[in-house]
Write a protein of this length. Structure first.
Ligand code: PEP
Length: 246
């Protein structure tokens, strides 16, 4: 299975930085030889990214989509428009969307379902808060999010899961490799129980992944790639993460 390293730029970047970073990745063929790469910039930068990576294997995607195909939803973006712009992926259920936009599991599921219908691969995010981990609720939270956020049409081939402990996102803290392995095993078991087959399911880890810690995280059992926030804005650090794939 090829590793997937996806960069979530969040609300960062500019036209100039998008061009430089995407072009820099596309120019370095040793990076796309090593892993599948996807850039998820703010939506207005998608056409610039598409132009910069044209002819390379660097893919790109949205950070969110609406559940509907079109309509009166000011400020939202449909999965079908993302597909039209050349996207392959869309992140859904990121903890910042769940927290800032009150997205429930049911909303995340509807968005993931729209992504699949539009022909995109949803990267469905799950993960516990610090209070939930300290309260011994990690496993229950992951079970609830997996059961509630995945559309019936999800298969190991058309969906990616990202395990992102909320307390590790943007904080510099990372889960231990034992904790990562345990949650990834749980995610794979839950997916297999619900969908029959999870051998080929890509499960990414996310939460303060950077060049300096990528090798041990990416070598952890059950980890098939990373969803990278801050470090994906720095070409050299992002490249170090990609090159750390086993
Ligand atoms: C993320 O945004 O999904 C993320 C993991 O961010 P960071 O790598 O900055 O913790």
């Amino acid at each position: 299975m090829r590793y997937l390293i996806a960069g979530n730029w969040k609300m960062n970047g500019s036209l100039a930085s998008a061009r430089t970073l995407a072009q820099g990745l596309a120019d370095r063929r040793e990076l796309t030889a090593k892993a599948d790469i996807a850039l998820c910039p703010p939506a207005p930068l998608l056409p610039a990214i598409a132009a910069a990576v044209a002819g390379s294997a660097v893919a790109f995607g949205g950070q969110d989509c609406h559940a509907a195909e079109k309509g009166a939803h000011t400020g939202d973006i449909s999965a079908w428009l993302l597909k039209d712009l050349g996207c392959s992926f869309v992140i859904v259920g990121h903890s910042e969307r769940r927290a800032d936009h009150f997205e429930t599991d049911a909303i995340v599921k509807a968005k993931a379902s729209a992504a699949l219908k539009a022909g995109l691969t949803p990267i469905v995010c799950v993960g516990e808060t610090e209070a939930e981990r300290e309260g011994g609720k990690t496993s229950a939270v992951i079970s609830r999010q997996m059961a509630g956020s995945l559309p019936e049409a999800s298969t190991a081939a058309n969906t990616v899961i990202a395990y992102e402990p909320v307390w590790a996102i943007g904080t510099g803290k990372t889960a231990t490799t034992d904790d990562i392995a345990a949650v990834h095993a749980q995610v794979r078991d839950l997916f297999a129980a619900a969908r029959g087959n999870a051998g080929a399911l890509r499960i990414l880890y996310g939460g303060s992944v950077k060049g300096a810690n990528a090798a041990s995280i990416l070598a952890t059992a059950g980890v098939n790639g990373a969803l990278v926030g801050g470090a994906s804005l720095d070409l050299e650090d992002f490249a170090r993460i990609i090159l750390a794939c086993p």
